[in-house]
Design a protein around this ligand. Structure first.
Ligand code: NAD
Length: 364
């Protein structure tokens, strides 16, 4: 088992660009896409994921298998496994870390708050600790979230706005990531870029998120629960297509300067679509792509967790990262539905296969 791991990881980290990137969360949605992009352009890439069962793990094993077929190996390990992190960073001379592994989801934070602290706070600190003892220190890009804007009412959200009113524990842990990153930057000279993603969707997306769960319900003819704000107002989201998010992640990795005390860098950017739409409009896009009407059930939004509107001001990322979201919601949804149809054509077989065969070996 150990020999297989070493051989596969060595192959996975072979680089023709000088970059060796550890991507955490590669069995997850965003990590899968970023790792695939890096590998394709010649970077050495190694994945790490604990395959947590927050949503059905079948799709996680399928993502990891698909990545392995493209030459990216995902180590099954937890961020809190510090000796594993030390081993990976040093043995494979990791130059960059794209830290995406986290307990995601706003609403689940009311059910299992401890999992957010364990992964997003304790696990994140373990990762930074491992990085700070490397020589040279890897440059770190990490996922924050639009949720840090919380109960802010000034729209669109800009990085210069105060973010001190989180609406969920998830948001608080993402804000904590930014504060911890800032601390490691100024006391240990780590170069860190935080990215506030705005509601990402697309192929291989998360089954717990609206685009995916609504698609399943429309297919089954089940009613969609749609949250409304005070006075029947509609929730709005700045839905952002995965390829645009990948573009922002890649630009951040490519532009982050090396970590030395003199040149250390600390930045936070919004990555959104700068085009917020109502959830009802999102459903109309899904209906057009699927060719079937949704059954809509409007209900008051829960008292905690959700916010009325998210809207990204991306001018800083445009200026400093050449970030340009280019995918309209309808185009992105069409691509998502095309993937969904292909994935679920033999979906049951695939899901079952993921459970039966342990495709990603447990670590030594
Ligand atoms: P995801 O849940 O699909 O992926 C996260 C992965 O991290 C999962 O596969 C999970 O198994 C893994 N993980 C969790 N805790 C871990 C731990 N302790 N050790 C090792 N692996 C662990 O989520 P995603 O949508 O790909 O999100 C990626 C990142 O972007 C997360 O940090 C998330 O908070 C952030 N984000 C996502 C969105 C979005 O719309 N998808 C929006 C804002 C922020």
């Amino acid at each position: 088992q150990k020999r297989r791991f070493e051989t596969t990881a060595a192959e996975s980290t072979k680089s023709s660009t000088g970059r060796v990137i550890l991507v955490t969360g590669t069995a997850g949605f965003v990590g899968y896409h970023c790792a695939k992009f890096f590998k394709k352009r010649g970077d050495g890439v190694l994945g790490l994921d604990n395959f947590n069962p927050y949503y059905p793990v079948g799709i996680k094993y399928d993502r990891a298998q698909d990545l392995e077929d493209s030459g990216v190996y995902t180590i099954k390990a937890d961020l809190n496994d510090r000796s594993m992190l030390d081993h990976i960073l040093q043995e494979y001379k990791v130059t960059h870390v794209l830290a995406l592994a986290a307990q995601a989801g706003v609403r689940y934070a009311t059910k299992d708050p401890a999992s957010y602290v364990a992964s997003n706070v304790a696990g994140f600190v373990q990762l930074l600790e491992a990085c700070r003892f490397c020589d040279p220190q890897p440059r770190i890009v990490y996922a924050s979230s639009s949720s840090v804007y919380g109960l802010n009412t000034v729209s669109p959200f800009s990085e210069s706005h105060q973010v001190d009113k989180p609406a969920s524990l998830y948001a608080a842990t993402k804000k904590a990531n930014e504060m911890i990153a800032h601390t490691y930057h100024h006391i240990y000279g780590l170069s860190m870029t935080g990215l506030r993603f705005f509601t990402v969707y697309g192929p291989w997306g998360r089954p717990d998120m609206f685009a995916f769960s609504a698609t399943i319900k429309i297919h089954k003819g089940e009613a969609l629960k749609i949250f409304q704000g005070p006075g029947g107002s509609e929730l709005e989201r700045d839905f952002t297509y995965i390829d645009d998010i990948v573009q922002g992640c890649v630009a951040s990795v490519d532009r982050i300067p090396a970590s030395t005390k003199e040149t250390a860098h600390f930045k936070v950017y919004n990555l959104g679509n700068k085009d917020p739409v109502t959830v009802t409009y999102m459903i109309e896009c899904l209906e057009r792509a699927i060719g079937k009407k949704a059954i809509k059930n409007y209900v008051p939004m829960p008292p905690t967790g959700d916010v009325l509107k998210t809207s990204a001001d991306v001018s800083l990322a445009e200026k400093e990262l050449d970030y340009k979201p280019t995918t309209s919601l309808q185009d992105g949804i069409n691509k998502f539905i095309a993937w969904y149809d292909a994935y679920y054509k033999d979906g049951l077989t695939k899901e079952m296969a993921s459970y039966v065969f342990i495709r990603v070996p447990a670590m030594f």
